[in-house]
Design a binder for this molecule. Structure first.
Ligand SMILES: NC(=O)c1ccc[n+]([C@@H]2O[C@H](COP(=O)([O-])OP(=O)(O)OC[C@H]3O[C@@H](n4cnc5c(N)ncnc54)[C@H](O)[C@@H]3O)[C@@H](O)[C@H]2O)c1
Length: 389
């Protein structure tokens, strides 16, 4: 049918206006539902905080990835703060280091070198434990861009293998995940990630972690596995591989090399000291509600340029003594965590109230433990140089 000139445009405009009104009404309703859920969650949590749930303390723990950065700090934290014994299962990839467990008492911590994808090994270790805390992962975004295959294998197949074992032996399971599953936020967005934020991962690393979270949720729902999940923001602290942003800059300066800043350094991360992450994991493991997800964060938003300037200041260097290097493809802009649920429901609080305090302690650690990182420095910088970074 041919409409007269002008009428077609009027009808089209009316239809578009209507569409926009309906879309905006739908958006408003959706926002209201999410807000109501969040508010009622917070209200329920606030009343629960008056009487915290009783702690269920596991005597024997299996910690996967316990020779890596966060897992090894968790083993140290457990020895210092609990009576539990720990079996670490770690493949000792380039990111694992048995030296990170050096000095821990042998009657409390033992290391089993093996793969979380090895179903027989996993089954035998899970059978003999009270709870599993699952840190093991391929965890470096840049590596996932160069070769995604180990990320799919360890993060997805490995998590599946562990879930089958805890299901078979009815063991408590806590899954460690990342805020990167939520994608990123605009720099000027007032929003932060919370437990209802939709998943929107952007790299092979974050998508494989997102997939592993969904496997855990499905095993809870379909098979009644007793599991919890935590999604944490960026960690810093001792025993972190020097390929990662903060230790790379610290060890560059300690080696007489200039630090490197990706792009313009505007990308914002929400930094948390690794001990605060681990105290939150223990809180969730011992008091968390089954099937729940908790976000862990310490209100530490800072952009990469600010972090680098802090490091330079603490090491007595001029604020501009660094080089700008090529940005990472698809580099997420901003992550920010709202950890209200964890704080109000389970009463958790971070120990480090200031980023500078935790950073100064971390710099001291790298100064005093050169033997731990020196061996990996040359190869790490050669790898970055090849990428123009
Ligand atoms: N580093 C962060 O800022 C951060 C933030 C939030 C969440 N997370 C999550 O925390 C967990 C630990 O991160 P990290 O920074 O300590 O990582 P990491 O790379 O330092 O350590 C990972 C450990 O897992 C081991 N591993 C890898 N594949 C394995 C396999 N197939 N079988 C057994 N062991 C294997 C490695 O040898 C290494 O010791 C990961 O699940 C990561 O997604 C990390």
């Amino acid at each position: 049918m041919n409409l007269p000139d002008g009428l077609y445009d009027s009808v089209r405009k009316l239809a578009l206006d209507r569409h926009q009104t309906v879309t905006s009404l739908m958006e408003q309703s959706l926002r209201r539902i999410v807000n109501e859920q969040t508010v009622s969650e917070a209200a329920r949590a606030a009343s629960a905080s008056a009487a915290l749930p009783d702690a269920q303390i596991p005597a024997k723990l299996l910690v996967t990835g316990g020779a890596g950065f966060i897992g090894s700090n968790f083993a140290h934290w457990l020895v210092a703060n609990t009576d539990s014994t720990v079996t670490v299962l770690d493949k000792l990839t380039y990111a694992g280091n048995r030296e990170s467990l050096a000095g821990l008492p042998e009657d409390r911590v033992r290391l089993v070198v093996g793969d979380i994808c090895d179903a027989d090994l996993v089954d035998s270790l899970v059978k003999d434990t009270d709870a599993v805390v699952h840190f093991a992962a391929e965890s470096h975004n840049d590596n996932s861009l160069n070769d995604p295959s180990p990320f799919i294998q360890t993060n997805l197949v490995g998590t599946y293998t562990l879930l089958q074992a805890v299901r078979a032996h009815d063991k408590r399971f806590h899954h460690i995940s990342t805020d990167e599953v939520y994608g990123d936020l605009e720099l000027d967005d007032p929003e932060r990630f919370h437990e209802y934020t939709p998943y929107n991962p952007s790299s092979p690393y974050s998508s494989s972690k997102a997939g592993s979270d969904l496997l855990v949720r499905a095993w809870v729902r379909s098979f009644g596995v007793r599991a919890t999940i935590s999604n944490c923001s960026n960690n810093y602290g001792p025993y972190q591989h020097i390929e990662k942003f903060i230790p790379r800059q610290i060890t560059n300066i300690l080696s007489g090399l200039r630090p490197k800043l990706y792009g313009s350094g505007e990308n914002v991360r929400d930094w948390i000291h690794v001990d605060d992450h681990n105290s939150a994991v223990w809180t969730i493991l011992t008091r968390g509600r089954m099937g729940e997800t908790y976000l862990i964060g310490a209100d530490g938003e800072r952009n990469n340029k600010q972090v680098l300037e802090d490091i330079l200041r603490l090491l007595g260097q001029p604020a501009d003594a660094y080089d700008l290097v090529r940005d990472r493809p698809g580099h997420d802009l901003r992550y920010a965590i709202d950890s209200t649920k964890l704080r109000s429901e389970l009463g958790w609080l971070p120990k480090y109230r200031s980023f500078s305090e935790g950073l100064a302690a971390t710099i001291e650690w790298y100064k005093n433990n050169e033997s731990w990182w020196r061996g990996a420095k040359e190869a790490t910088e050669a790898m970055y140089a090849k990428q123009g970074q």
